[in-house]
Design a protein around this ligand. Structure first.
Ligand SMILES: Nc1ncnc2c1ncn2[C@@H]1O[C@H](COP(=O)(O)OP(=O)(O)O)[C@@H](O)[C@H]1O
Ligand SMILES: [Mg+2]
Length: 322
């Protein structure tokens, strides 16, 4: 059984938002492995209405009309899904079900690419659309215009029709910035940051696992509150009773950065030296260097504060060794 730590503040905010009428699109953002998907699953299970959960890592629609719609499954499959939801006591669906005929009409441009979804959405109970890892839509072949079309539809069902909540989850904040601009979302979007776990929760979790106070404190000082890193350390600790894996973790990241630096110039190395010391304002960095660091999973861009920082505490430790 995986442990779920804290997140009270974020859950409280999400409950608050989902408890009132839909009025804007919510971007949930934060560095990779900060626990965004886990948090979405948690709130989905607690939510009293219906959740449409799209995982765009597993789903790669190449046509815009298939992004939110699924072909309605056979009667047997629908029965099985219904029973599964009853047993698991959740109302999580993996898409809005439309008939093949409706999908084809949409594909042929006979009806607006999203119009049939609106009628269907009205049949769900206080629906929430969760779009996880949305940046993958670019890799699955949607172009900028189609993405803007999708965003406009999401604005329509939230801000204009108040029909469904929409939560867009991503760690690619350059992407958020881009689509928010494309679809003129300035007054149609809210943001929720999901970052590292707080120190007290980390220490408590590590001590629950059997670490001494000193070990727990060392763990926090080297990797901070990144859930995934902590999970790796806990697993090793259970087997070995030590936390030496942290050194390996940092060393590995450090060699990866050194290797990446080999194919770039002095500008990037200067950036790394600065980043090792702490957050930087985007006004102090060139766009090229920033994109390089983000693409190579060295840095994270926070679009709300306009800051760039090391992808994680363990990455920052690694950068100090470069
Ligand atoms: N609240 C939490 N408590 C404990 N472990 C967590 C928590 N959130 C995430 N994790 C761990 O971190 C890993 C990465 O989380 P995930 O939700 O996949 O991150 P993201 O979606 O932000 O990339 C999970 O597999 C899980 O092991
Ligand atoms: Mg995720």
């Amino acid at each position: 059984m995986l442990k779920f730590v804290n997140r009270e503040a974020e859950l409280w905010q999400l409950k608050n938002i989902l408890g009132s009428a839909p009025n804007s699109v919510l971007f949930v953002y934060g560095p990779k492995s900060s626990g965004k998907s886990t948090l979405m699953m948690k709130i989905s299970k607690m939510y009293p209405g219906d959740i449409l959960f799209y995982d765009f890592r597993a789903r790669s629609p190449s046509e815009v009309h298939r992004v939110l719609a699924n072909q309605k499954p056979s009667f047997g499959t629908r029965m099985r899904n219904y029973l599964r939801r009853k047993v698991q006591k959740d109302n999580i669906y993996d898409g809005i079900e439309l008939t093949e005929a409706q999908l084809q009409q949409m594909a042929r441009g006979k009806v607006d690419a999203f119009a049939p979804l609106i009628n269907k959405l009205k049949k769900y109970k206080n629906p929430v659309l969760v779009l996880d890892e949305i940046q993958n839509l670019v890799h699955s072949g949607l172009d900028g215009q189609e993405l803007a079309q999708l965003m406009n539809f999401l604005i329509t069902i939230t801000k204009r029709l108040h029909l469904a909540h929409v939560i867009i989850v991503t760690s690619d904040c350059l992407f958020i910035d881009e689509i928010a601009k494309k679809a003129a979302m300035e007054e149609a979007a809210e943001y929720l940051y999901v970052g590292d776990l707080p120190k007290s929760s980390v220490i408590e979790w590590m001590k629950d696992e059997g670490m001494s106070q000193a070990m727990a404190a060392k763990t926090y000082s080297l990797v901070g509150g990144r859930p995934y890193d902590l999970w790796v350390i806990v697993n090793h600790f259970r087997a070995t009773n030590d936390i030496n894996v942290i050194e390996t973790m940092v060393r590995r990241k450090s060699s990866r950065v050194k290797l990446t630096l080999k194919s770039v110039g002095a500008q990037e190395l200067r950036f790394i030296r600065k980043l090792a010391k702490g957050p930087l304002s985007i006004t102090d960095i060139s766009k090229k260097v920033m994109e390089w660091a983000i693409d190579n999973e060295i840095a994270f861009f926070d679009p709300v504060n306009g800051e760039v920082y090391a992808l994680s505490k363990s990455m920052q430790e690694a950068l100090k060794k470069v």
